[in-house]
Design a binder for this molecule. Sequence first.
Ligand code: SF4
Length: 316
Amino acid sequence: MNTLEVRNLKKYFKTPRGMLHAVDNVSFTIQEGKTLGVVGESGCGKSTLGRTVIRLLEKTDGEIFFEGQNVSDAKGKKLKALRGNTQMIFQDPFSSLNPRMTVSQTIAEPMRIYKRGGRKEIVERVRELMETVGLSQRFQDSYPHELDGGRRQRIGVARALALNPKLIVCDEPVSALDVSIQAQIINLMQNLQEQRNLAYIFITHDLSVVRHISDEILVMYLGVEAERCPAKELFKNPAHPYTRALLSAIPRVNIHKKTERVILEGEITSPIDPPDACRFAARCQYALDICRRREPALTEIGENHFAACHRVGEAL
Ligand code: SF4
């Protein structure tokens, strides 16, 4: 079953210089128990996309379906139910936790707000959740500043699980952590996904991080979809020049296998009232005249493999 379906989603922001197209015509589907990795540089709109699909931000246009129900304009009880079923894990566990709340108060807060049980039940549930995410009970009364980054992010995960959600938007959840801790948190999230059949939107600027956790990957460039396909296919047959540049930046373990790093040069196109052109054209070494005159449509170039480039299919 589809947990989430997003159709032609747009999120624009009014600025003194014009309309900023943060998310422009993005569509995708996530089935239960699956992960969509969303990748792109800072400012490409991936965090805005994550916040808009769970209605933390109001969309400008498009449709959002949660478990088959149109929740694009849900209000009142329907919106509250959606918020319970969709949670978020943030990048910086330090700033996303209230410094005045202890670990147990933080994890209990969503259950109190949603009135999920009496005091005793909530205390028991907090204990269970701490165990689930691998946090020792001795930290129950600790404050965030007393814990290291990995433990703080475990609190973020426990809080996100408190209401038994079906979808979690993970916004750069491991970027602020040491590499060894990153692996622990990713393993934890994968185990939780298997146990609870959770769907994830995993947002990151680093393709190597999403490689193992994603079923499908969406590559965003300046608010639009550059490429979307199953994760394995993206690493095997990247079609968009921007995806290839991102892949070339991943450090290799095999020093005997040479790969050429693609250095992106040129100005980044302004996302404010963007022209009818490929938004990547100013930095693309393969750009032709047509790329500066017409925006490429997202086209299916293989089974469930979509790319937006005038030159896909050519041997570039
Ligand atoms: Fe490069 Fe043109 Fe393709 Fe854009 S449409 S990625 S500019 S080749």
